[in-house]
Design a protein around this ligand. Sequence first.
Ligand code: URA
Length: 233
Amino acid sequence: MAHRRIDQLLANLGYCSRRDARAWVRDGRISVDGETATNSATKVDPSALLVNGEPLDHPDGLLLLLHKPIGLVCSHDTREGPSVYDLFPARWRARNPLLTSIGRLDKDTSGLLLITDQSQLVHRLTSPKHKVPKVYRATVDQDLDPSLVDLFASGTLQLEGEKTPCAPAQLEIVSTREARLTLIEGKYHQVRRMFGSQGWRVETLHRERFGELSLGELQPGEWHELALDCFDT
Ligand code: URA
């Protein structure tokens, strides 16, 4: 692992401020390779450092799969209301780089949301170039019309205010007012706007899958860790 300054490491991993890190070193709370550290500016291998005898908390980074409940926003701005980030340990919320979602789900949407501090993963998995399929389950306010299947698949549906039409999307009508929609892009409120453009209002929306990943038995508000390299193949 790349060597980093002790104070920077502790601050970036959300343990304490850099100033506090100096005090923690002075107090003998930090050891490196079994020796008590004496200088918070020393560059160390993060895997060799212990805080109060404990290894560092995820020094390589975090990738989390969350079952987002309805009612939480994907934002760090407290003015926007309760946030998905409140579900995680305080130390993770104090990390730099910040935890961020890979794409967003609306406040009123539930389902699979990935959260990470790895900005390259965010860029890679949200880029339309990579065409990661996202599967949504929607219920709507009126009976669905089979003509929507061809329209959504056509690649010609133009939403108001968008420069490009929606990429071909796969619609499966599950029952009279329930459908599954697979998108390979993520325009703002895309599912609601696609149905809305044709006169249907989405009443409930849930993301079932992101690429190969699904929620399994995870309940709303629960999350588990994923390996940082799980998208490498
Ligand atoms: N489309 C929407 O309209 N909302 C979401 O949260 C995700 C996709």
